[in-house]
Design a protein around this ligand. Sequence first.
Ligand SMILES: Nc1ncnc2c1ncn2[C@@H]1O[C@H](COP(=O)(O)OP(=O)(O)OP(=O)(O)O)[C@@H](O)[C@H]1O
Ligand SMILES: [Mg+2]
Length: 374
Amino acid sequence: MPNKVFLNRLKLTEFRNYAALSLELDQRHVVLTGENGAGKTNLMEAVSFLSPGRGLRRAAYADVTRVGAGDGFSVFAEVEGMEGTVEIGTGTAGVTEGQSRRLRLNGTPAATVDELTDHLRVLWLTPSMDGLFTGPSADRRRFLDRLVLSLDPEHGRRSSEFDRAMRSRNRLLGEFRPDPSWLTAIEKEMAGLGVSMALARQEMLGLLTALVERTVDESVFPSARLALSGFLDDEGHRPAYDLEEQYLTMLRDGRPRDAAAGRTLDGPHRSDLLVRHREKDMEAARCSTGEQKALLVGLVLAHARLVGDMTGHAPILLLDEIAAHLDVNRRAALFDLVDGLGGQAFMTGTDQAMFEALGERGRFLTVSHGSVTG
Ligand SMILES: Nc1ncnc2c1ncn2[C@@H]1O[C@H](COP(=O)(O)OP(=O)(O)OP(=O)(O)O)[C@@H](O)[C@H]1O
Ligand SMILES: [Mg+2]
């Protein structure tokens, strides 16, 4: 069983509809219930800021600060983390407009928010992800890249450098008689980065698939069959050098076509994550709403287990409105699975009765108009 990472304490200042909130927690799971608009998802979002990035709503920081507040927001947490107890402070309070959020670890400014991953991993599942299988491929790529990032922090840097190189290539191709040696240099950079991105994604799929196969019987959730399509499909077994040569050739041969299109048509930015319902052998997009939700829950739980296995520490899980679509038995099974991961989970719902099966394992809190009791 991986070690438990949990929040001991959470304090919010001028965060969404919370002017000020101070919560003492312990290693139990946290159940947040209350009426619509009470502030349940907001509280989850605050916890999601304990991981790099813009949180579970992918918010603009200016929107996060409470309307009417004079300065920015702040989130403070005391965490029993992967390297022992740590005090984490993050937010935009005192930061000049347009700048990113800052981070303090045990009171000392951190160079980047990436340092958070030394202390805890936070994963989430929210209702806004419900359309993942039927929506645009960009959403599925982002989902997959988040999975990769949770184990390979370098993945983010690679994909932003790839994007930058690709933009230079597109710009250059739009010029009259672009300099071929400059184009080749950019394409070489793209080939190196693009192939590492594809291989990292492929590796993540391999790990998840192996885990799903191992745990499929334990799970009451349908398991997913995963594949990548759209760029260097099923080529993960070939050496990176070969793949880079292949992609480089694709780019060189594709210059006239890409110049006409005004963009690069081959690359990791065109990959899609293909998901099938394993038992039914049906593509996820054609499954029922409930089946899609169950597939997604299964995927997120498999990922959480993978993170626990790989790091030795269970991630914090944020499951927003998780119980809503599930019947009584599935709900009870979900709580057992979540608890079995060994980490702390935050779950929301409108009705406390839905979480009865969690029993003593949960801390039950009621949220109302930006305050929390219980
Ligand atoms: N920057 C902000 N300042 C003040 N209030 C805000 C801000 N951003 C969002 N809110 C408000 O916070 C309230 C609570 O939102 P939240 O999404 O947390 O509700 P919830 O409890 O999850 O509700 P539901 O059950 O409908 O999902 C909303 O009424 C919203 O308008
Ligand atoms: Mg909500």
